[in-house]
Design a protein around this ligand. Structure first.
Ligand code: NAP
Length: 471
């Protein structure tokens, strides 16, 4: 496949090779022959067409995962670990190629795409290391009458559904632990950004992953393809990253066959700057928490709460930094802010700004004052506070609870506010919280379960008890 010639600053040539469904180790077309155009958000041009999987294709992918499950669960952990490690090495040896692909299909600047590739690869390395550490337990029952053994076993075939904002990393964050745990899987990537997932499948196959362990179904018919999978009874685990709205829907579908479910959903992150904060550090943190991935991150700071006594300074510094950012197509070397994913994403962000302005917001370089909506774009709205209890109440007054940010130099207040925020993660004087070695996830309607860290693999394991009387 040749991705159209004019998208790499005039450099022609094939960039990526995979655009079919990947089922049972084979690349193929959709069963009805239909395809989805993949667009470059910077230009609106079509990069290529990928297969548009049907309900039957989804069923075939589940069947392939089911067929591979028994042998894969019995495959030694060391071997699973080595496959992950080889894939990790292949990706880090090829950062530039993956980064270009991500920039082309998703729009983020190349520098950020390179960061995503390294971050994504780290999940494979981390779970290569975890694969060999799924310990069980042996002991005697308290009355001494029986031996109790607890084994960790793979949960079974998994359905993994990912969004478009981190096309590679959202995949490896699920695939890494699933492979490590001994699960087989069907991955359904977002239709806007299927190419990174297809290329990842090729790398894993090359690294020795047996046929059927990972199946990839690209589709523009998510509802039609996914619901039968969840209701069919063969899928034993759903791991979803995306909006809260879709997460709720899938949780209800998963309930029909009591599928073990992890959800990484939307955020509405508060960013709290107390009056004693180091403002330069807070502005650095704000730039990372707000502008990383053009604000198209679930961890993006959504609501800035700045103490009244420092708000002018903070806002002035932040506006200056934001105003200096270079906006441009992600493939342009100087670009720091790429395009929104699509016209709908752009329209949503513009509407939020217009609405805020119509309601009296003062625009420095951008702003919004609406509560209850995930922005998912580069808009930073600042509100003030004077009382810490009041700001905590406002910060927690949302159905979401993914992450919060706190900036202060007082250690007692730092802990008090971090402990009181109703979130799964806190950036304490830090604008980025994600790391493959630490648990990522939210409370309230931001999700269920954790990805990464020691906990990530647990989501793909079940404990089995074997009891044997002592004679
Ligand atoms: P989305 O609309 O919920 O879509 C996510 C995925 O779900 C896509 O692959 C999508 O495919 C699929 N999907 C949508 N409707 C479905 C249905 N009825 N049945 C089965 N699958 C369905 O979210 P998005 O716009 O791609 O991503 C942005 C959201 O993800 C934001 O809310 C963001 O906060 C969240 N996010 C959360 C995390 C986290 O770790 N907490 C990380 C990144 C992003 P289609 O596009 O074909 O519908």
């Amino acid at each position: 496949m040749v991705i159209v010639d004019n998208l790499r600053d005039g450099k022609a040539g094939p960039v990526f090779d995979h655009k079919g469904l990947f089922v049972g180790g084979r690349w193929g077309d959709s069963s009805d022959g239909s395809t989805i155009p993949v667009l470059n958000p910077a230009t609106g041009e079509t990069l290529c067409e990928v297969a548009d999987g049907t309900t039957d294709d989804g069923r075939a992918a589940v069947a392939a995962a089911v067929a591979a499950q028994r042998d894969w669960a019995r495959t030694p952990a060391r071997r699973r670990s080595e496959i992950l490690y080889r894939a990790y090495e292949a990706i880090v040896a090829d950062v530039e190629r993956f980064a270009e692909l991500i920039t082309l299909e998703m729009g983020k600047p190349l520098a950020e795409a390179r960061g995503e590739v390294r971050y994504a690869a780290e999940f494979l390395r981390w779970f290569a290391e975890e694969a060999v550490r799924t310990d069980g337990h042996f002991g005697y029952t308290p009355d001494g009458g029986a031996r109790a053994m607890v084994l960790s076993q793979p949960v079974g075939p998994c359905l993994l559904i990912t969004p478009w904002n981190f096309p590679l990393a959202m995949g490896t964050r699920k695939i890494g632990p699933a492979i490590a745990a001994g699960c087989t899987m069907v991955l359904k990537p977002a239709p806007q950004t299927p190419l990174a997932s297809l290329e990842l499948a090729a790398v894993l196959a090359e690294a020795g992953l047996p046929d059927g362990v990972l199946n990839v179904v690209t589709t523009n018919r998510a509802a039609e393809v996914v619901e039968p999978m969840l209701r069919g009874g063969d899928i034993r685990k759903l791991s979803f990253t995306g909006s809260t709205e879709v997460g709720r829907l899938l949780l209800a579908q998963a309930a029909s066959t009591v599928v073990k479910t992890s959800l990484e959903l939307g955020g509405n992150a508060p960013f709290v700057v107390l009056d004693d904060a180091d403002l330069d550090r807070a502005v650095d943190g704000a730039m990372a928490a707000k502008m990383r991935n053009m604000g198209e991150a679930c961890t993006a700071a959504n609501r800035f709460f700045v103490h009244e006594s420092v708000v002018e300074d903070f806002a002035g510094k932040l506006a200056e930094r934001m105003g200096a950012l270079v906006v441009g197509a992600g493939m342009e070397p100087d670009s720091q802010v790429g395009p929104m994913i699509d016209a709908a994403g752009l329209a949503k962000v513009s509407e939020l700004v217009d609405d805020a302005v119509s309601r009296g917001a003062r625009v420095l370089t951008g702003g919004r004052v609406i509560d209850g909506t995930e922005i998912f774009g580069p808009v930073a709205a600042i509100q003030t506070f004077t009382d810490t209890d009041d700001v905590l109440q406002r910060a927690n007054d949302t159905e979401w609870g993914l992450v919060g940010y706190v900036f202060t130099q007082d250690i007692d207040r730092a802990f008090a506010v971090s402990e009181a925020l109703e979130v799964g993660m806190v950036g304490l004087n830090a604008g980025i919280v994600s790391n493959p070695a630490t648990p990522f996830g939210g409370v309230k309607q931001s999700g269920l379960g954790r990805e990464g860290g020691r906990y990530g693999i647990e989501e793909f394991l079940e404990q089995k008890l074997i009891v044997m009387p002592r004679s």
